[in-house]
Each structure stands twice: as structure tokens, then as C-alpha cells.
Write a protein that binds this ligand. Structure first.
Ligand code: TYM
Length: 327
């Protein structure tokens, strides 16, 4: 059976890009793959976090994943720091990665530029991400387009390690959605929607009031023309709306364009589709939020299931590297 692994950082409210680029596919993958999903709290530490907030956000993110449809009976759902194997394999992969290849990571360049404190962890982050993936003998990693380069690195590290030390890791590949791999900011459609607080009007949060969601979509930036056409280069705003609508309904964005003659109708249809996707998630989240102990129990069981897979894979790596076994 295909093994699927993916993760999400507890660094801020979940936005529509996370949902359409990744989370909805995690749910779908449960039908035909062995699925493992992780709240990657160690990844959040690359920038300073408020401890109380990090704790709350980690639990709330797990509750949101359950609300979106992750089923703990069919998937392994856990918190990264509960499975210590991630940190150990991360070190091993830091020693497998080249300095130059980490320096080429575009996310590192973007996030470090202009920052007054750049942690060493921000630089080695992709090695930890590779560890997350390789620990589970992962075949496929469902992610949004912004993670393409990181998954590619995980692949390269697996191949390099196997070449040096013998067959150890399964070589993973990233998978992307047909529509929604790169959801753009509604106000600045040439940059990706992100959970940062930079553009509140351009970002749709999964848990924000639905009337506000509809308003933001209706006020989305388009262009001075009137033709509805899918052309991300020339018409980024309109194309973004078509992609969002297509991701919600399962239709092809270019084909959807032919159904609309006015921007207003496209916006109204997109707003309705997004609201219908978010409504049941918000309802389930409200129920789950009332039972934090229930979610904590799910995560404890998930960590046990995860360790049962990660432990033997790490042992394989240790043995092949020549680390002296504990007797
Ligand atoms: P993170 O937490 O930033 O985002 C989680 C997922 O959401 C996707 N995503 C988007 N997709 C489409 N359009 C957008 N605007 C958009 N914004 C975010 C991301 O591509 C991602 O799939 N490094 C990862 C977390 C991670 C991970 C892993 C992922 C750690 N270890 C192992 C996969 C496997 C990250 O920061 O994602």
C-alpha cells in the first residue's frame, strides 16, 4: 500500500491555501493509502515562539485537522516533538546535506532576508523536514507548490544516503493538486496566500466568519479588462479565483472560465463554493474544541503508532551508518 506522509506548522491560523493545497488531499488520500500526518511543532521553533501560544496552537491545529476530516482510525495523526526519532534523524541528514544545497533553498533566502535574527535552525530546517518524510518509508508527500524544493531535497538526501551506506530509505516524491497548488493572496495576486498577518484582506482563514469570507472574495483584486480567462501570467487575480473555485468543485480552472462572462458572477460563485467547503469544517471544529482531552488522547495514540514505524527505520539508518549498537 502507498505510504503518504505530510505535515503542517502550528505557527498561525490555517488559511485557505493550506486547505486547498494540502489538507483536503490528505483527507482524500485516506481512502487508498496508508496515511501519516504530523503537526510539526519543532519546525515552528525556527523563529521565536511564545510558549503558551505554541502549546495552544499545536492542540488547536490537531483539532482542525480532525475537523477537516482526518480520521484517527484510518490515519496516524501525531505531534512531531512526541516522536524523538525526528530530531535524531534530522542530525544524520544535516550531515548528509551539503551546505551549498541548503543555502540554495528559496524559502531560506526569503525568510532570512532582512530578518534581525536568523537561527541556525532556519537554515537546517529542510533536513528536519527530510527526516519527517524518510522516517515513515514515505512514497508520496501531498504538499502545495511552495514545498516542492524541500521535498526534492528529501529525495536527493535519500538517494545520496542509500548510495553511500546501502539501501536504507524509500525515495519519496511530492504530489500536487490539479487546482489550488498555489493559492494567491486576494489583494496581491502575484504573491501566495500565507498565514502571516501581512495581508488580512487578502487571506481567508479557515475558521473566520463565513460572511467575512464571502466579502473578501467579492472584493478580490482582478484587472481592468472584463474577459474571464485563465491566464495566471496576464490575469493573476481572475486566474486565482478560477483556481480556488476549481479546487473547491473539482473542475478544471481553464474550463470553468468559459462559464462566466462577468467578474461579479465568478466572484459570487467562488464565494459560495468556498463557504460551502468551510461551513462543515467550522461546525465540526466547534464540537471538537469542546473536548481538548479527546484530541490529546488521539495524539497520544498517534505518537505510539508513529514510533512503531519510525523506530525501526531509524535503527536501519544507525546500523548502516556504523553507529555502535547499544547492547
Ligand atoms: P506549512 O505549514 O507552511 O503549510 C502546510 C501545507 O500548506 C501548503 N500551503 C499552500 N498550498 C497552496 N497555496 C498556498 N498559498 C499555500 N500555503 C501553504 C504547503 O505547501 C504545505 O503543504 N515545511 C512545511 C511543513 C512540513 C512538511 C514536512 C510538509 C514539515 N515537515 C514533511 C510535508 C512533509 C511547511 O512549512 O508547511
Amino acid at each position: 500500500m502507498t505510504r503518504v506522509f505530510s505535515g503542517i506548522k502550528p505557527t498561525g491560523p490555517v488559511q485557505l491555501g493550506n486547505l486547498l493545497g494540502a489538507l483536503r488531499r490528505w483527507v482524500a488520500d485516506q481512502d487508498d493509502a496508508d496515511t501519516v500526518f504530523c503537526v510539526v511543532d519543532l519546525h515552528a521553533l525556527t523563529v521565536p515562539q511564545d510558549p503558551a501560544e505554541l502549546r495552544t496552537r499545536t492542540l488547536e491545529l490537531a483539532q482542525l485537522l480532525l475537523a477537516v476530516g482526518i480520521d484517527p482510525d484510518r490515519s496516524t495523526l501525531f505531534v512531531q516533538s512526541h516522536v524523538v526519532e525526528h530530531s535524531e534523524l534530522s542530525w544524520i541528514l544535516e550531515c548528509t546535506a551539503a551546505f551549498g544545497e541548503l543555502r540554495r533553498m528559496t524559502q531560506f533566502k526569503d525568510k532570512s532576508e532582512g530578518a534581525d535574527f536568523v537561527s541556525a535552525g532556519l537554515f537546517t530546517y529542510p533536513a528536519l523536514m527530510a527526516a519527517d518524510i524518510l522516517l515513515y518509508d514515505t512514497d508520496e508527500v501531498p504538499v502545495g507548490d511552495d514545498q516542492r524544493q524541500h521535498v526534492e531535497l528529501a529525495r536527493d538526501l535519500a538517494i545520496r544516503f542509500n548510495h553511500r551506506y546501502g539501501d536504507t530509505f524509500v525515495v519519496p516524491k511530492a504530489t500536487f493538486p490539479a487546482a489550488g497548488a498555489r493559492v494567491m493572496d486576494l489583494q496581491h495576486p502575484t504573491r501566495k496566500m500565507s498565514k502571516s498577518e501581512e495581508s488580512p484582506q487578502g487571506t481567508i482563514l479557515v475558521l473566520e466568519p463565513l460572511d467575512q469570507v464571502a466579502k473578501k472574495i467579492k472584493r478580490a483584486v482582478t484587472d481592468a479588462e472584463t474577459e474571464v480567462r485563465y491566464d495566471p501570467e496576464a490575469k493573476p487575480g481572475v486566474s486565482n479565483l478560477l483556481s480556488i473555485l476549481g479546487a473547491c468543485t473539482g473542475d478544471d480552472p481553464a474550463e470553468l472560465a468559459g462559464r462566466f462572462t462577468r467578474y461579479g458572477d465568478l466572484k459570487a460563485a467562488t464565494a459560495d463554493a468556498v463557504v460551502e467547503v468551510l461551513r462543515p469544517i467550522q461546525q465540526r471544529y466547534a464540537e471538537l474544541a469542546a473536548d481538548p482531552a479527546g484530541t490529546a488522547a488521539v495524539l497520544a495514540k498517534g505518537a505510539d503508532k508513529a514510533r512503531a514505524v519510525a523506530g525501526p527505520v531509524l535503527e536501519r539508518a544507525r546500523a548502516n551508518l556504523g553507529l555502535l549498537p547499544r547492547t
